[in-house]
Ligand binder design. Sequence first.
Ligand code: FAQ
Length: 311
Amino acid sequence: EMGPEERQFQERINDEIKIEPKNWMPDAYRKTLIRQISQHAHSEIVGMLPEGNWLTRAPTLKRKLQLMAKIQDEAGHGLYLYSAMETLGADRDEEIDKLHDGRAKYSSIFNYPTLNWADMGTVGWLVDGAAIVNQVPLQRTSYGPYARAMIRVCKEESFHQRQGYQILLTMMQEGTDDQKAMVQDSINRFWWPALMMFGPSDENSPNSAQSMAWKIKRHSNDELRQRFLDQTVPQLELLGCTAPDPDLKYNEETGHYEFGEIDWQEFFDVVKGNGPCNRERIEARRSAIDNGAWVREAAVAHAAKRQRKAA
Ligand code: FAQ
């Protein structure tokens, strides 16, 4: 049974009117959004680490500048999302603590290592590509501050996706045999983890039904995974590369690509904290916070000193 407030809330949602921070909302709606937005923010922040690994080894100055700009965008997205999360009454430090002690999740994809330069292309192409397919519909999510944040984030991620694809195209069109092999090796490692970014299949997605009713999610996990695959396979073919999936094929009747079974055991292992780099990632975040403590203390001391001077 819905009370009058909840009925009004659901009517707003049905009418496509955004929910704003000061509107009444059910506790569970608030909680779900804090969960999703904080995990999204954590993903952006942790997502800087696999790329940061290659900043000092970029092949040219231009590539280094592009990569640096992309990583800075990700920091911006993270901070922007934490701000959106704070409009729901959540505390940023508390949510970050949850990331650091393993209570909060972040995207499984960032627990895989980046082993060669082609990975910087593949991360842009596949990881940002998947992120965009997931986030374009979130521009219409029912919570206003999250929806508006997604507009800028999607624009920047489109640029990331293109610069990544361009790295791979250059390697495939102008590269040596070794460089071409590097691209294929990178695709082999990131293909399946990129498909896993969309989350569990619909029948194993406990949050989907309620999130769809509240229009937090606009499409199901499997729907978006299919959309990503359909747009990505032609790009894969243009590169002249293959997917590590013997079952991948185009279905003339449906107009969609069919793909093999995702290794869900691997997905849940990584989500539970047992992927190849989970410990390393969290340790890097923790030590960044610890090593930066003196900067924060100095900034606070400096601000206090200036305030005393002004007074
Ligand atoms: N990894 O019931 P559902 C980026 C969890 S940003 C880890 O289907 P939901 C930019 C899920 O949280 C990438 N955990 O959940 C970039 C839930 O656990 P919980 C991040 C996952 O929320 C690019 C449980 O499984 N994007 O890449 C994953 O309805 C390059 C059950 O799942 C976003 O966060 C996963 N892949 O749907 C940065 C977008 N999938 O919380 C740097 C916003 C699911 O109940 C470099 N988020 N889980 O304990 C969403 O759209 C949704 O949260 C989904 C999951 C679709 C990810």
